[in-house]
Write a protein that binds this ligand. Structure first.
Ligand SMILES: *Cc1c(COP(=O)(O)O)cnc(C)c1O
Length: 281
């Protein structure tokens, strides 16, 4: 079943939002799409999934939900936790632990993860789900978008979605070759994002990286991000606090360069907002 598309008006921009955040609270947005292949995989094919990354990661939460559904063990490598977080896990970490995720703290994180290998019934999912495994689910997303575009009779379509690893934007661009895909780098700069994406193949020419007004550090609580988050919510849709504020701000700054219809693909991550909002208090 295709996720719905809603018209959205935000600070002078008339656009549409593809509501992938409504698919499932735990497996939401692009994480649902990226894990789609594994969601379709028979439980007996694997018994253990291993991944690694940040302690409040949305990918971590979604993989934990996937493993819970399938009855797979989930081992998650991360850097040592702060004493507070260890004593009282919150947000995505709390939910993932409740879903039976096994957290493995490692001092020599880089060294440890470089040695992880898929074998037998154990599968390694790279940080953020940046893996060719993600392609099949994004193909379906691309097909849903094409069908909507045809139904609406839209000629000039621009699809906007934020990037972490760039996996979602990369495969969207690959499978929507006649559409411009616009994204922003949330982690590192455009050069770093391009380098990340090129590990998946040649970066498609219809993929455009918008340049933010200034440099931001990932997952830092910037007051202007909270402001944008609140304005978006007032306009009618809740977005995530990590990726969405930056791309909406950047999109508004580039508004005059974009001719045609804008479709924002909601990337989910709403459960992560709790622990981010705490950091603004
Ligand atoms: C994971 C995530 C992204 C980044 O997706 P990539 O495919 O890694 O670029 C963007 N937005 C939200 C809310 C996410 O959770």
């Amino acid at each position: 079943m295709s996720s719905e598309v809603t018209p959205f008006h935000f600070q002078g921009l008339d656009c549409f939002v593809k509501r992938d955040e409504l698919i499932d609270p735990l497996l939401s947005g692009n994480k649902y799409r990226k894990l789609y292949t594994l969601l379709q995989t028979p439980p007996e094919n694997f018994d253990t999934i291993i991944s690694y990354g940040g302690t409040q990661s949305n990918a971590m939460l979604s993989i934990a939900a996937l493993c819970q559904q399938k009855g797979w063990a989930f081992e998650y490598y991360c850097k040592p936790l702060s004493p507070q977080l260890k004593e009282q896990p919150s947000g995505n970490l709390q939910i993932a632990l409740d879903l039976n995720m096994q957290r493995i703290e490692t001092e020599d994180y880089t060294q440890t993860i470089s040695q992880l290998q898929s074998q037998g019934k154990t599968l390694i999912i790279p940080q953020g789900g940046a893996d060719p495994l993600a392609e099949q689910g994004i193909v379906i997303l691309a097909e849903e978008i094409k069908q909507w575009q045809t139904e609406q009779g839209i000629k000039d379509l621009h699809v906007v979605t934020p990037s972490g690893t760039g996996t979602t934007a990369f495969y969207l661009a690959k499978h929507l070759p006649n559409t411009q895909i616009l994204t922003t780098a949330s982690v590192g700069d455009n050069a770093y994002l391009t380098q990340q994406m090129s590990q998946l193949g040649n970066v498609p020419s219809n993929l455009k990286l918008l340049e933010p007004m200034r440099k931001y550090h990932f997952a830092k609580p910037y007051p202007e991000f909270l402001e944008t988050y609140q304005s978006l919510k007032q306009a009618g849709i809740e977005f995530d606090l990590l990726y969405a504020p930056l791309i909406w701000q950047t999109l508004l700054n580039h508004k005059q360069d974009i001719q045609g219809t804008v479709l924002y693909v909601h990337s989910g991550g709403l459960l992560g907002n709790d622990s981010m909002l705490q950091r603004y208090i």
